[in-house]
Design a protein around this ligand. Structure first.
Ligand code: COA
Length: 259
């Protein structure tokens, strides 16, 4: 397991999974996705795990997928196994309740993974950002289905198409997250909520969660999005977006004809 994902099981059955690559703003690599997917699989199989808690070290939750890995994939140099799919399918099929504690920015999959979480806590400085179109990509993690059904088409379109930050306050008002707490209280509050859930009848919670979330439909959407995502990743638009990120400049899509 990569040291950039830490998993710790408490006596009360809360598996705290911490994203810890703060120097790269917790951008997620293929190895990190594997470790996250393993943690979800373990939570599904191990009866001692009653609640999963996602949290992150550093000043932001996650800058999303590692863009240098996107760029490598765009050039056909990606890994043999793309563990992100195992992670996303795992999220859609998770059987234990998932709590998330989010500080600072949550970008791309950093936000879309929250749509699979059952209780989302944000610190006052949290910002949710989904810049898929800015990167010439498309939404993933079944977010093209989950986000509009959660906040309505027009707000979801705005989040995806403009990629501008949504504040913690708005995220709660729109129903993406449960509540906002001060940054210094975030971890303790998340543990408190997770601890409360761990005392509930686990079988009942799982049955309820499975009724509320249509795993089959979500998985089918993830697969559909992934196919289109792979096409977009290989596009001239995406190459321009990744080159602009590497060169720390704004992309220019205006000369690229739509394909
Ligand atoms: N992939 C790879 N590296 C990333 C990254 C990402 N998604 N996000 C940040 N980093 C790296 C930066 O390249 C930088 O590395 P360096 O110190 O070697 O130059 C380091 O993390 C710090 O990032 P920096 O941009 O200096 O931090 P910031 O606080 O000014 O800005 C973000 C943070 C998240 C707003 C900004 O880094 C960003 O926009 N990242 C890209 C987010 C994104 O589009 N993700 C994909 C979504 S689909």
């Amino acid at each position: 397991m990569t040291p950039e994902i830490k998993a710790e099981l408490s006596d009360n059955g809360v598996l705290a999974v911490t994203i810890s690559r703060p120097d790269k703003k917790n951008a997620l690599t293929n190895d990190m996705y594997a470790a996250l997917a393993d943690a979800i699989a373990k939570a599904n199989e191990d009866d001692e795990i009653r609640v999963l808690l996602f949290q992150a070290d550093g000043d932001m939750f996650s800058a999303g997928n590692d863009i240098s890995e996107f760029a490598a994939q765009a050039m056909g140099n990606g890994p043999e196994e793309r563990n992100v799919f195992r992670f996303l399918r795992g999220l859609a099929n998770a059987t234990v309740p998932i709590v998330a504690a989010v500080q600072g920015k949550a970008v791309g999959v950093g936000t879309t993974m929250l749509l699979h979480c059952d209780y989302v806590l944000l610190s006052t400085d949290a910002q949710l950002i989904t810049p898929f179109v800015n990167l010439a990509l498309v939404p993933e993690a079944a977010s093209s289905l989950l986000l509009p059904s959660c906040i309505g088409h027009v707000k979801a379109f705005e989040m995806f198409a403009l990629g501008e930050p949504v504040s913690a306050e708005s995220a709660v008002a729109w129903g993406i997250a449960n509540k906002v707490v001060a940054a210094e209280e975030l971890r303790a509050e998340a543990l408190r909520i997770a601890g409360k859930l761990a005392l509930k009848p686990a079988g009942s919670l799982t049955a309820m969660k499975q009724l509320m979330r249509d795993a089959e439909k979500l998985t089918a959407r993830i697969d559909r999005e992934s196919a289109i995502f792979a096409e977009r990743l290989a596009s001239d638009e995406a190459k321009e977006a990744f080159a602009a990120f590497a060169q720390k400049r704004q992309p220019d899509f205006t000369k690229i004809v739509r394909k």
